[in-house]
Ligand binder design. Structure first.
Ligand SMILES: Nc1ncnc2c1ncn2[C@@H]1O[C@H](COP(=O)(O)OP(=O)(O)OP(=O)(O)O)[C@@H](O)[C@H]1O
Length: 257
């Protein structure tokens, strides 16, 4: 049987009278890459914050590897790594120094830290830039170092917020390949929040379309296409059709190829 790594049961968050996340039910299996897609304000960040135990749900529950994210955020933090959309490295420190800092913050032993830094810099293709200050890095380099950073604590679940924003095409291919390998080779589970449908459809096993705090569609891209009579359509088109069905227009938010 598939192992559920992330589970949300009726997950709900109100901010005053505003319902940011509305009764979200979703399970993500081990080794799966799940894309959470939706316009600005759909509730993606709020969902991620609840999974990381950083904000309390108004109702419902979230679990990572069976651990309640609200009741035991410290245990969840040891399993799940988070890569925010704007990764903040110390610009005057080198890539290696930044990774060392993260390793120490996570209480990892010095020898393990050094071994991981070397291995991860190679893995993300940043070995030759490891001694360069991160303030000089391009967006793509920061993103690759961000993956090394999240891997420092060897998480079984990785949650990424808009990981592909602002990356050039060459960097994009490398980044997507790396993300794919994190799931297929390492067996890690990835939850990716994104607007960049074209990029995301290349690596996600399943996607969820999230609008106004609700999941209006969820499944493999081909299945979602069949449900709106658009077999073989790309995710961009499928997304648009679901959006129309939901009576919404997301033209301003969509980030086309
Ligand atoms: N701390 C807060 N207080 C009040 N309202 C909030 C708060 N955080 C989020 N919201 C509201 O909840 C809704 C969902 O926001 P959220 O940031 O989760 O969406 P999102 O899908 O991540 O959007 P984006 O891509 O812009 O980050 C929005 O209407 C937002 O204005």
């Amino acid at each position: 049987m598939e192992q559920k790594m992330i589970e949300m049961q009726g997950l709900t968050k109100h901010y005053g009278s505003k319902i940011a996340v509305n009764g979200l039910n979703l399970s993500i299996n081990k080794g799966e890459i799940f894309g959470l897609l939706g316009p600005n304000g759909a509730g993606k960040t709020t969902t991620i914050l609840m999974l990381l135990g950083l904000t309390e749900p108004t109702a419902g529950r979230a679990f990572i590897e069976g651990i309640d994210c609200t009741r035991n955020p410290v245990a969840v933090k040891s399993i799940a790594g988070y890569m925010p959309d704007n990764i903040g490295f110390y610009p005057d420190m080198t890539g290696r120094q930044n990774l060392r800092f993260t390793g120490r913050l996570n209480g990892i032993g010095e020898e393990v830290i050094e071994e991981r830094i070397e291995r991860l810099l190679v893995r993300v293709g940043m070995k030759e830039y490891g001694d360069q200050k991160t303030g000089t890095y391009s967006k793509g380099m920061k993103q690759r170092l961000g993956i090394a950073d999240v891997l420092m604590k060897d998480p079984r679940v990785i949650i990424m917020d808009e990981p592909t924003l602002g990356i050039d095409p060459e960097g994009m291919r490398e980044l997507l390949t790396l993300m794919r390998e994190l799931a297929s080779e390492d067996g890690r589970t990835l939850l990716i929040s994104s607007h960049q449908l074209y990029q995301i459809q290349q690596i996600c096993d399943r996607v969820g379309i999230f609008v106004n705090g609700r999941l209006i569609a969820c499944g493999k891209i081909a299945e979602l296409g069949r449900q709106v009579n658009q077999e073989g359509a790309d995710l961009d088109e499928i997304y648009r059709l679901y959006f129309e069905k939901a009576g919404q227009s997301d033209e301003n938010n969509r980030n086309k190829k």
